[in-house]
Design a protein around this ligand. Structure first.
Ligand code: NAD
Length: 493
């Protein structure tokens, strides 16, 4: 008899020998195992083209747990639930043996026909796999059938629609879990609590008190070995369409009437519908793109983007985007949401800075300026919030000084923070799609992005236009300066 915590399922991972499976999925499943969410009634099938035995696969799974403290204790037992099936997803016949193995494991582990299919493969295979799952009868079981897919979800609205249609031939919308791993991050999920559990925050969360909001997702690394994919994608599609617009929608949405998947999603969709779509010249005014050149960082000479492996030497692909978004509704009219993301920047961090309006006048004499209050939400590498306030400097006179009220997780606490993938896989096993992207959100985001991309493909910028180790091109600074603001410093401690 399974206990309440335990989730029963057969988890089939397409792309079971790949990087994502090894680095993220197996360690995440292991954590679910040690916490009792996966126990006796689960099995994992890894599939890929290589000819591996179950034993060899289990060794690989155990190797993937090497960095987890104390993992050796339960690794053997955990890995014993793993099975390998050599399988070319384009080849109809191998689905038969995969199906037989699935049915066998279903019976052996008493899984009640619950099936989770994880597509950890290139998206061009998604449609074929979904169709075969349906046509070969994998979903003809009594339990649940859920599909988890990785980004990118299309290249534009049209290709995303085609992909969605092919998935929908086999799965209902409520069975499709589109991963946006940012949504699994602790502090992204905390946005709702910070907003809706604190009256002093939610009552100020509007255009009467907020001056501007800034979202930064900065990376220090370049494209590494992802040149082929990235050169077709660029920062706009790789980061803005999904992660950044998801974060913006969580910040901008109205309070949902209940914290259910459907109600939260409805509010996020309404926020995205209010996002002002830019056309023609407006794109150049409100969107800045950049591409990193070569340069020295920490005594090391780094290549320019165009010199990276598998990148066109004349590439016009952006590795940096900054933009001013406007949400045209009563709550946000007039409040810019500045966003920026890029590779080879000075720091690796994800941070949201909510800038409150200045007090109406400075009562404190001839000091230059009282810094405005800022609420910073640190998403990574630190997790927490910092509230920037002004207080009196101790001593004579009325001199003000800034202080920070911090709630930032120490690295000790962070070890206990579940990884985004762990949370999301558990959500999927439980049937909770709140922190996955719904098709309505994906399609609205693509519609917005397509308008930007349409203008950018017809024009060229003078690339490269920023140095590694900087925070992007100077135009990104000018974008906020011309509105009288500045980017809030990004902290990576
Ligand atoms: P990968 O290239 O390391 O792995 C791909 C897997 O697919 C391998 O197991 C390979 O054997 C298998 N495969 C390829 N062709 C096959 C075929 N015809 N039949 C059966 N198996 C086949 O890729 P990855 O980095 O693990 O990424 C997988 C997916 O996850 C991609 O959609 C990627 O965009 C996405 N993703 C990856 C990461 C990451 O950290 N690696 C992060 C976010 C999203």
């Amino acid at each position: 008899m399974a206990d309440e915590l335990e989730q029963k399922a057969l988890i089939t991972i397409f792309g079971g020998t790949g990087d994502l499976a090894n680095r993220k999925l197996y360690p995440s499943l292991y954590h679910l195992f040690t916490k009792g969410y996966l126990k006796d009634h689960f099995a994992v099938i890894g599939t890929a083209r290589r000819e591996w035995s179950n034993e060899f696969f289990r060794e690989k799974v155990k190797e993937s747990l090497q960095d987890i403290e104390g993992a050796s204790e339960h690794a053997e037992e955990f890995a014993s639930h793993f099975y390998y099936q050599s399988h070319d997803v384009m080849d109809q016949e191998t689905y038969v043996s995969l199906k037989n193995l699935s049915d066998e494991l279903d019976e052996k582990y008493q899984l009640d026909g619950n099936r989770l299919f994880y597509l950890a493969m290139a998206p061009n295979f998604f449609g074929t796999i979904a169709r075969r799952i349906k046509s070969e009868g994998f979903t003809d079981t009594a339990g649940f059938h859920r599909l988890i897919i990785e980004k990118p979800f299309g290249h534009d609205l049209k290709s995303a629609e085609e992909l969605n249609n092919s998935l929908r031939e086999a799965f209902r919308e409520d069975e499709i879990y589109r991963i946006d791993h940012y949504l699994g991050k602790e502090m992204i999920q905390n946005i709702s609590v910070i907003r809706f559990a604190n009256s002093i925050i939610e009552s100020l969360w509007n255009n009467r008190y907020i001056d501007n909001i800034q979202v930064t997702l900065s990376e220090v690394l370049g494209v590494e070995d992802r040149g082929r994919y990235y050169d077709e994608s660029g920062a706009l599609r790789d980061m803005v369409q999904n992660h950044i617009l998801q974060i913006v929608s969580l910040l901008a949405m109205e309070p949902p009437i209940k914290l259910t998947t459907k109600e939260i999603r409805n509010e996020k969709v309404r926020a995205l519908r209010a996002l002002r779509v830019y056309e023609g010249k407006e794109v150049h005014q409100h969107f800045i793109r950049g591409q990193y050149g070569n340069g020295e960082v920490d005594g090391k000479e780094l290549k320019s983007y165009r010199e990276e492996e598998n990148v066109d030497p004349n590439s016009n692909t952006e590795t940096f985007v900054a933009a001013k978004l406007m949400i045209d509704n009563f709550r946000w009219a007039g409040v810019p949401f500045y966003i920026r993301t890029g590779k080879r920047l000075a720091t690796k961090a994800t941070q949201i800075a909510i800038h409150f309006k200045d007090v109406p006048m400075n009562l404190f004499g001839n000091q230059q300026s009282l810094g405005g209050n800022v609420l910073v939400i640190h998403i990574q590498p630190n997790e927490g919030i910092t509230l920037h306030l002004n207080v009196k400097e101790p001593g004579q006179g009325m001199v003000t000084m800034p202080v920070n009220l911090d709630y930032v997780h120490s690295s000790q606490d962070r070890m206990n923070t579940p990884e985004a993938y762990e949370k999301l896989i558990l959500d999927c096993l439980r049937g909770d799609a709140t922190y996955f992207s719904h098709w309505d959100e994906v399609s609205l985001s693509w519609n917005f992005i397509d308008h930007i991309a349409a203008v950018w493909t017809t024009t060229k910028d003078h690339f490269p236009n920023y140095k590694p180790g900087s925070m992007g091109p100077k135009e990104a600074d000018e974008l906020v300066q011309k509105d009288g603001f500045a980017w809030f410093p990004v902290v990576d401690e």
